[in-house]
Design a protein around this ligand. Structure first.
Ligand code: LCS
Length: 394
């Protein structure tokens, strides 16, 4: 029997069995900062790593570990580390693996804060970076330097939904002594598993699809390589971007419905994207299903199980028309973030990507008129009706 959606089972059961103490079917929230030792000897052994057991929540906590096991299983990775935010996952991953005078090749359209972190903040510590269209092999090849240590990819990119070939990038990186980080926030492990395509580290802002209910900020890092895992763990414990146990519980709870939510939102997004594409007031729609390049189409087919639930589009009246639309919609909420059960609409140039220099933003394809819509799990017809009414007013 062909199992179409076995991932639904995995989402519900990954991460653990009922709690061994009382059989609770959800993990207890160990809302605690520190763990008592039975003796001084035991404390010493735990610090030396000679005895299993918890010490202090920044260095590990049973509730956080349940979430980490669940995410590792879903991404088909061996090691996972939960972080206090998606940005904490980004900074921990880079600081753990790069040093001064190392060079990074990055996708030019990245989440605004990621780009500013790499371009401005990491530069202060001597980490250099080049931003290129990583969907074009020749641009990646051209950007390579002797000191390139990492290729940092978002695919699809936020907010332009450009697709990078993870398998090719990983082979190219490894041949040249570099590692690859993929931010998998936009698709989640339901639609893309970068570790299986050769990536060294996968990260998520779990604030988005993994949690799915717009009530938590968090992140996670996953890898299959012991040496990298040691570095991530060390940096996380020392820089201190650890997740909180209650946060971990909520994200674990969200993951139970991850497949249901992602597949539902994606079906809605397909309908909404088609509606927008055929609307006379819409200039262009960015959505992986509408990709025209033969090469990228084949990459999409190989590395993605579906186009996801994010759509970016531009209206014929550009920025002014876009603003009117944002103010007129009623079903989608005017807010940043994405991946929740509710649809969210925002304007990247003045919101999520406003801190990126205008020239760089335009080079990355984030035009002034671009609007981003994160399609949620409402009734697709309600979303379309609402967009139709809002577009009629423009
Ligand atoms: N990576 C991606 C792809 C993101 O979209 C975000 C946040 C982050 C990392 C950072 O995660 P955080 O620290 O916020 O959990 N993206 C946002 C966005 O597009 N709108 O608001 C936040």
């Amino acid at each position: 029997m062909k199992k179409e959606n076995e991932v639904k089972t995995k989402c519900i059961h990954s991460g653990g069995n009922p709690d061994p103490m009382f059989g609770a079917v959800m993990p207890p929230i160990y809302q605690v900062s520190t763990f008592a030792f039975k003796s001084a000897e035991q404390g010493r052994k735990r610090f030396e790593g000679k005895e299993e057991g918890y010490i202090y929540t920044r260095m590990g906590n049973p509730t956080i570990n349940v979430l980490e096991r669940a995410v590792a299983e879903l991404e088909e990775g061996k090691y996972a580390y939960a972080t206090s935010s998606g940005m904490s996952a980004v900074s921990t991953a880079i600081l753990a693996t790069c040093s001064s005078n190392d060079h990074l090749i990055c996708s030019s359209a990245l989440y605004g804060a990621t780009r500013v972190l790499i371009e401005n903040e990491l530069k202060r510590f001597g980490i250099e970076s080049t931003f290129v269209d990583t969907s074009k092999k020749e641009e990646v090849e051209k950007a390579l330097r002797k000191n390139t240590k990492m290729i940092y990819i978002e695919t699809p990119t936020n907010p332009t939904l450009a697709i990078t070939n993870i398998e090719w990038c990983s082979k190219f990186a490894h041949k040249n002594g570099c590692i690859v980080i993929v931010d998998n926030t936009f698709l989640s492990p339901i639609l893309q598993k970068p570790l299986n395509l050769g990536a060294d580290i996968v990260l998520h802002s779990v604030t988005k699809f993994l949690n799915g209910h717009s009530d938590v900020i968090g992140g996670v890092l996953i890898t299959n390589e012991r040496e990298i895992a040691n570095k991530l763990e060390n940096s996380l414990h020392l820089f201190g971007g650890t997740m909180d146990p209650h946060q971990a519980y909520l994200v674990f709870r969200g993951i139970k419905t991850l497949a249901l939510r992602v597949l539902c939102a994606q079906e809605n997004a397909r309908k909404v994207a088609k509606f927008l594409k055929n609307h006379p007031k819409v200039e262009k729609v960015l959505y992986p299903e509408f990709e025209t390049s033969k090469e990228i189409k084949s990459v999409i087919k190989r590395q993605m199980k579906g186009p996801g639930a994010l759509i970016s589009f531009e209206l014929k009246g550009g920025l002014e028309a876009g603003k009117k639309l944002l103010n007129a919609v009623k079903v989608a909420t005017l807010a940043v973030s994405l991946g929740g059960v509710e649809s969210l609409i925002q304007h990247p140039a003045s919101m999520t990507h406003s801190s990126v220099k205008k020239e760089e933003r335009l080079k990355a394809g984030i035009t002034d008129g671009l609007v981003r819509l994160s399609v949620g799990c409402e009734c697709a017809e309600d979303l379309i009706d609402d967009l139709k009414k809002a577009l009629d007013k423009i």
